[in-house]
Write a protein that binds this ligand. Sequence first.
Ligand code: ATP
Ligand code: MG
Length: 632
Amino acid sequence: MRYEDFHRRSIVERDAFWAEQARLVDWEQTPQVICDYSRPPFARWFADGTTNLCHNAVDRHLPERSAQPALIYVSTETGEERTYTFADLHREVQSMAAILQALGVVKGDRVLIYMPMVPQAVFAMLACARIGAIHSVVFGGFASVSLASRIDDARPKVVVSADAGSRGGKVVPYKPLLDEAVRLSQHKPEKVLLVDRGLAAMELVPGRDVLYAELRQAHGQAEVPCVWVEATHPSYILYTSGTTGRPKGVQRDTGGYAVALAASMKYIFCGQAGETYFCTSDIGWVVGHSYIVYGPLIAGMATILYEGLPIRPDAGIWWSLVEKYKVTAMFSAPTAIRVLKKHDPAFLTKYDLSSLRALFLAGEPLDEPTARWIADGLGKPVVDNYWQTETGWPILTIANGVEPRQGRYGSPGVPMCGYDVKLLHESTGEELTGPNQKGVIAIDGPLPPGCMQTVWGDDERFVKTYWSNFPGRMAYSTFDWGVRDDDGYYFILGRTDDVINVAGHRLGTREIEESIASHPLVAEVAVVGVADSLKGQVAMAFAVARDAASVATPELQLRLEGEIMKRVDEQLGAVARPARVRFVTVLPKTRSGKLLRRAIQAVCEGRDPGDLTTIEDPSALDQIRSLMQDSV
Ligand code: ATP
Ligand code: MG
């Protein structure tokens, strides 16, 4: 089928289209109402249906594949490696569900999961889904303040946590961070369930803290049936990465999410039941929710849960897992590929990757040099996909399961089924229909199944934040800036607040970054707009060299800066040329690997960088601060 026809039908014959997709999952009560959009922008998908996410991820596969692998756990931090079949997973999830019930959790209660990448984290997510509890996974290792604000927002009855995580061989104790967070928060969880990995000593709070191993003994054989819930029952709350400010609590439904994930597995990832999927993300992010846990399992695939770095014991570790477990679809992020790029490309060909059909990448702009490096190195197609915590699954990508086609470098692709994507003029809200016009990427309602229902506990913030940005038009704003070519392929130019205005020219930071990153000596780069009394704003670039020796002296730095500027002049024109290109060893990023441009910009302008609770390495900002101080 032509992809355009498939997509058009998903919009103009919306209900018929999604009623068909709904058959990809099991229902206790099959929905008759496909989309209730009587109160825009709130969409109620499959409103009168009842189902269960855990049933769809685990139980329904038991008759056919109970002895097949479901969850493959690999930790290069502790050396643990273990495969759980669907039958094993079913057993573990029931035990965990019984434990949560014993701790008082009932349908609708929130359970906050603050865990390293261990199987019990996945058991806990699925156990919540099984009994209708709402999970909120908070990235393990987040500082106490970030955790406390999420505890106060989600108000969990129970917190599931562990003694510690481990990163690059270094133990990161979680329990003290959790205790401090609970001390800081207004809301107090009733119980804390702790998995003791034996990595760090734990002090238990009497009456509150309980040990998983002990309860697992008591509930090891428990049978806990799935609780059928309304399709619109919230399955989880997940906070956005906080790249642009205070994180938003995204509330996801159950039925729409199950259908959207099943459709994405079929049309985008082309995963078949019985195969293995490997997503290198973390369960603390949306990519981990959708494509470590729910998506592959719903599709009947085995999923790899990997704890560790991409370069330990060496930069071949991921590819060795592809070979060993015959991975057919792999999902990672450009930031991880840029890490691998600093290592020997021979690792990419060291293992037998014949099972692998494609590598999917998402999370931030995929620059052409990085895409080419990994695509050529692996000899596999690389598929970019663009989406957000809010949407839960890709907005833009290539649906090879509908109609195979070549992607385009620099473009994540075309709108996925159900997404009525528009480019809108940022101030007038006018729709830009011509090719190569720059605008804000927006989506006309209703958002397709699987997307956020609302901001947790704050319908008003949902409407105000996302749906009130264009005069005279209620459309969902992605807050990303983009352009569409003649053939309908979209290109992301950066976030709306990352647009630079140099002497009246509007430039996306992404365009300039892409140009700079095409220099062979550059590993990665961040470009921000900095206030300038003459031009309004000027672009400032901070780059990491691929090889430290190439920027070891001020002379070498100046020479490379000159080369980079020349390149930008040639590719984009002198107006895009950064005022300076400075060299750093590390760029400030969120824990999920996204560039913190707003923080860089604030530091460059001598302002307070604001909410930094999600920053990976605070010293990265210090490097920029001291460079800026040197230059004045
Ligand atoms: P916050 O909303 O709290 O500021 P965030 O936007 O970084 O944080 P996420 O939902 O994790 O939180 O990230 C989604 C954003 O990541 C998108 O809006 C877009 O800016 C960027 N992004 C994701 N995938 C891609 C991609 N394939 N190409 C370009 N940008 C991408
Ligand atoms: Mg965002």
